[in-house]
Design a protein around this ligand. Structure first.
Ligand code: TXA
Ligand code: MG
Length: 314
């Protein structure tokens, strides 16, 4: 159910959870100072309590009330990438409620690039926002995706479609360097002019999962439609009826082709990605062949990672 800006403010202030647009994906929002609402987010999403949330600010200067220490180059990163699809993990004090950060000594912060979202946060104070999808499902990039997962009555602040379409890129300072904990809408090479190097991407297999994982969220199943995905990198199609592919490519006749976009425009593909995965479910697909024959630099790396995660069966 679409709600107005003033309804969004009063619902959030009264301790309710609502969906809020950002330039990356829709978020399920609660006020940082409403622990019961934060608790409710975990229940609604079916999200493990061990998976911490990102805190969204209207202005990065507001970090000072939470953060105990700033790593090298932090200020340059903040000035360059905020507002934007960059999330920074920083050491924090007890002003960040334990439930929001899964009892970790750090928390993730982001200043979203959508003016509507920042205006809202100015009225409500900092908001925690995981993506507005049931845990494990593709993220939501339209209000109707939120309604698919949480029902028609669920309050959604209308913000149209998300311009980026994939989540923020998460960075963490692991002495002596910044590393990427989650690929996202800002490609790894964008950080090079600021840091002097391209941050490494920490793969979930490189993490010691027994001890504290660096990015708990990466351990859980993600972005998956109900359909089984067959990831192919040459056009030898399996017997799947459905194909996720690109508009320049010819695919065999008789297949139901769901277009991700153009091979020349990774931004467009990122923007369409979750809609395409959700479309498979809308059409009742049991399995789909995914054309993985595309580049692996820049944003394509994020697109490949999301499709691979979406195809995991465990
Ligand atoms: O673009 C985005 O980041 C969206 C929009 C709504 O802002 N939000 C989003 O939130 O993707 P979520 O909850 O779906 O993903 C947050 C990720 C999880 O993988 C979580 O483990 C990680 O951030 N995270 C949060 N706090 C962390 C921390 N203190 N240390 C390591 N990872 C953290
Ligand atoms: Mg998510």
């Amino acid at each position: 159910m679409l709600i107005t800006f003033s309804q969004a403010i009063s619902l959030l202030r009264s301790g309710q959870v609502i969906a809020v647009p950002t330039e990356t994906v829709y978020g399920l929002a609660a006020c940082l100072d409403q622990p019961q609402a934060i608790e409710h987010i975990f229940t609604l999403k079916g999200r493990p309590k061990k998976n911490p949330l990102i805190i969204h600010l209207a202005d990065w200067k507001d970090l000072s009330q939470f953060v105990t220490q700033y790593p090298p180059n932090f200020q340059a990163l903040a000035q360059t990438f905020w507002p934007g699809a960059f999330t920074c993990i920083l050491p924090v004090n007890s002003n960040v409620p334990s439930i929001a950060r899964a009892a970790l000594p750090t928390a993730g912060f982001r200043v979203p690039d959508l003016p509507l979202t920042r205006h809202l946060i100015k009225e409500t104070g900092p908001l925690v926002m995981p993506s507005a999808n049931l845990s494990g499902r593709p993220s939501a990039t339209f209000p109707k995706h939120v309604e698919e997962d949480f029902g028609l009555e669920f309050p959604v602040l209308e913000g149209g479609t998300c311009s980026k379409g994939v989540e923020s890129t998460i960075l963490f300072y692991q002495e002596p360097e910044w590393v990427i904990l989650r690929l996202g809408a800002v490609p790894p090479e964008a950080f090079k002019p600021i840091l002097g190097y391209e941050p490494r991407v920490i793969q979930k297999s490189q993490e010691n999962q027994e001890n504290q994982p660096l990015c708990p969220g990466q351990l859980f199943r993600h972005y998956a439609p109900r359909a089984r995905l067959i990831l192919g990198d040459h056009p030898l199609l399996a017997d799947a009826t459905f194909v996720l592919g690109f508009k320049e490519r010819p695919y065999p006749r008789g297949k139901r082709i769901i277009l991700l976009g153009s091979l020349l425009e990774p931004e467009e593909v990122a923007k369409n990605l979750y809609q395409a995965l959700r479309q498979l479910d809308q059409e009742g697909a049991n399995q789909a062949w995914v054309d993985m024959d595309f580049p692996r630099h820049g944003l394509w790396q994020t697109i490949a990672e999301r499709l691979i995660r979406a195809g995991e069966t465990n």
